[in-house]
Write a protein that binds this ligand. Structure first.
Ligand code: NAI
Length: 306
């Protein structure tokens, strides 16, 4: 298989490294900065004899080498700095992702696009609409990352393995994301049996602020180790046709009462990309939270259209 990662910055390069190291997909790393993707990919290729992978990885400033990719991950764009919200990136990253999508569609007309650039949901909407692809072939990564943060905080609080924490964070990738406490279990035991409401509330809040917490600590740039791990899990689910049930940002066509908007919901990821939107029953309160998160995404989509 062939995977192209657009954007050779923190998220893109780390993702390329993780996918290359899996060993079963060749990787093309694309960036506008001259020599940067070439240098990083050569460095990664030279790790092969030590990590034991024969997969190829090449860097390019154009898209010819990426032609015929099975999966294209789009991380190109600016990242936030302290004091910025993801929404502050909207118009700059809209222009960048539109230009990138045009090239991707031209060179890899049958690919599956996994969008990562922030503000995530609005960028998925922009990439989906610019691509003209069916919705199963354009979706975004955010929920796997938000869920990984949530699971980490729960596992640390209870001193249990992260493997035993099952959870799902829905909604947009913003301050009003929707961690589904009612569907969170630890070794099959509902979280609400194990932690007080107060402790759960503070974990939910820390999850919502999870990206900002890292931005504040790093002082330059934003998170990329956990994001690249989350992206790689989704790419793997596609390449290996795993049919995994994960939160993903998908274009909804009436599911959850939302029509014509990209928002994070449970989806099935396999060889066909976003093969299915999975509808689960929500309480009125959960549904209201999802709608309110979707309304924030709609505001950004309206700004892009104006
Ligand atoms: P970065 O600044 O390290 O890298 C971005 C790269 O994009 C740079 O190397 C830049 O030269 C490149 N680029 C800019 N315009 C381009 C174009 N037209 N074509 C190709 N490459 C281009 O930023 P980082 O940390 O890698 O983050 C990338 C994006 O991912 C940001 O928008 C960030 O907010 C987002 N992000 C999203 C997450 C999610 O959960 N969806 C998680 C983490 C980051």
């Amino acid at each position: 298989s062939k995977v192209t990662v657009v954007g050779a910055g923190n998220v893109g390069a780390t993702t390329a490294q993780r996918i290359h190291q899996l060993g079963y997909a060749d990787v093309v790393l694309v960036d506008v900065v001259e020599d940067l993707p070439q240098g990083k990919s050569l460095d990664m290729l030279e790790s092969g004899p030590v990590t034991g992978t024969d997969a190829l990885i090449t860097g390019s400033n154009g898209y010819e080498e990426s032609a015929g990719s099975d999966v294209v991950v789009i991380t190109a764009g600016i990242a936030r700095r302290p004091g910025m919200s993801r929404d502050d990136l909207l118009l700059t990253n809209m222009r960048i992702t539109s230009a990138v999508t045009e090239e991707v569609v031209k060179h890899s007309p049958d690919c599956i696009i996994l969008a990562v650039t922030n503000p995530l949901d609005a960028m998925v909407q922009n990439i989906f609409q610019s691509s003209g692809f069916p919705r199963n072939r354009v979706f975004g990564m955010a929920g796997v990352l938000d869920t990984a943060r949530y699971r980490t905080f729960i596992a640390r609080e209870l001193n249990v393995s992260v493997d035993d924490v099952q959870a799902m964070v829905l909604g947009g990738h913003g301050d009003d994301m929707v961690p589904l406490v009612r569907y969170t279990t630890v070794g099959c035991i509902p979280l609400t049996e194990l932690l007080s409401q107060d402790r759960i509330d503070s974990i939910v809040q820390r999850t919502r602020d999870g990206g900002g917490e890292i931005v504040a600590l790093l002082k330059q740039g934003s998170a990329f180790y956990a994001p690249s791990a989350a992206i790689t899990q989704m790419v793997q689910a596609i390449l290996l046709d795993r049919k995994r049930i994960l939160p993903g940002c998908a274009y909804l066509e009436g599911e959850y009462g939302i029509d014509g908007l990209c928002v994070g919901v449970p989806v099935k990821i396999g060889g066909g990309g976003m093969e299915q939107v999975i509808e689960i029953s929500l309480t009125d309160e959960e549904h209201a939270a999802l709608r309110s998160s979707a309304a924030s995404v709609q505001e950004l989509v309206d700004v892009m259209a104006s």
